[in-house]
Ligand binder design. Structure first.
Ligand code: NAD
Length: 357
């Protein structure tokens, strides 16, 4: 029995999670597994209900689960930059409470979606397939920050800070993941300028000594951002800090065509992982039945693989997604000439029937 805390969230969250649960139902039936779902609130809907984005009850239920499956949070209704409570605080709170320091974002261009990538055919070559490993609970997003007065004007600062142990554990994750892939790690930093990056680089090199079967190279963040569009096929696993990873993983999602296709996993010291699509709550299309549910469905596949060790079942979902794309079905975000346009629910049904065949 696998216990899953389900956070549908805001915007398109409920629509894409409903399709994902349908797909997990097939896994249940086909492979005789039991999933117990507990539905909890976080984000904007929790602010509406409880006045806070991450109620204690949600944290407790997530902590007592084997995995958390999340749709997305946020939307214009709660978008007051000066507001004390914001939906996104739920994400930071959950990552902190569950010790999720490592975010994995595979950037995989499905062959039938070549046209959706903004990159030229010769750059895509025989396909793009790399993974961004982002440190998630340290660095400038969590460092000391503040405002003060200097020379009669207001100044603000945020601090980038990493400890050896924080870098070591994320580096180890990256090397372990590379071992299961093409055995290459590229560490991204700004060691020509930042002291924190110099420490990062030294520690990554130390960790590399335990992984002689994996190749390591280093890139500065500005160069890495260029290389992702110039020659993405050189990459296997990119490991980087919280802020650099935030930016690079969004860039990676663009080169693979649609953000609606990209899953993500956040894992940590414990056994609980959190699985969610790389995209946000897409308020512009919420409630219209047109959102692409595939990123969330693929996030559930990652949940099966990383949290439950169910590799065969995860692959079953991934193969079904490939099959549906090969058969020419597309939601609006990945639509191209000659393909068959479907909505959120229909796309979920297609994945379900591909798995049943
Ligand atoms: P977004 O990812 O929600 O949307 C960007 C664009 O991509 C929109 O045009 C949207 O319609 C489209 N899109 C996204 N997912 C799609 C899907 N599955 N199918 C089809 N089209 C899709 O990013 P945004 O507009 O910057 O943010 C909207 C809200 O989401 C904000 O409140 C933001 O804070 C929040 N957000 C939440 C998360 C999260 O929950 N993890 C992540 C990012 C942003």
């Amino acid at each position: 029995m696998f216990k899953v805390a389900v956070i549908k969230g805001d915007g398109i969250g409920p629509e894409i999670i409903d399709e994902t649960l349908k797909v997990l139902d097939v896994v249940k039936e086909k492979y005789n597994h039991k999933f117990e779902y507990k539905f909890v609130l976080a984000g904007g809907c929790a602010i509406d209900e409880y006045g806070i984005p991450l109620p204690e009850e949600t944290i407790e239920i997530c902590k007592n689960s084997d995995a958390v499956l999340l749709g997305a949070v946020g939307g214009p209704k709660w978008d007051n930059p000066n507001g004390k409570v914001r939906p996104e605080q739920a994400l930071l709170g959950l990552r902190g409470a569950l010790g999720l320091y490592c975010n994995l974002r595979p950037a995989l261009l499905y062959a039938p979606l070549r046209n959706a990538s903004p990159l030229k055919d010769e750059i895509i070559g025989d396909g793009i397939d790399f993974c961004v490993v982002r440190e998630l609970t340290g660095g400038i997003y969590f460092g000391e920050r503040g405002r003060s007065e200097e020379n009669g004007e207001q100044v603000a600062y945020d601090t980038e800070k990493y400890s050896v142990s924080e870098v070591r554990r994320i580096a180890k994750n990256a090397f372990e993941i590379a071992r299961k892939r093409n055995k290459k790690v590229t560490s991204v930093d700004k060691a020509n300028v930042l002291e924190s990056s110099r420490l990062w680089r030294t520690v990554v090199e130390e960790v590399a000594k335990d992984y002689s079967d994996v190749t390591l190279d280093h890139l500065y963040i500005d160069n890495a951002a260029m290389q992702i569009v110039k020659n993405p096929r050189q990459f296997d696993v990119l490991v980087t800090s919280n802020i650099f990873g935030d930016i690079l993983s969004d860039e990676a999602s663009m080169v693979t065509g649609s953000i609606g296709m990209l899953p993500s996993a956040s894992i940590g010291e414990g056994n609980i992982g959190m699985y969610e699509p790389a995209h946000g709550s897409a308020p512009d299309i919420a409630g219209k039945g047109i959102a692409n549910p595939l990123a969330t469905i693929l996030s559930a596949a990652m949940m099966l693989r990383y949290s439950f060790n169910l590799d065969k079942e995860a692959k079953d979902i991934e193969d079904a997604v490939s099959k549906v794309l090969e058969d020419g079905y597309r939601t609006g975000d990945i639509m191209s000439n000659g393909m068959k346009l479907v909505g959120t629910k229909e796309m979920g049904d297609l994945v379900v029937s591909a798995m049943r065949k």
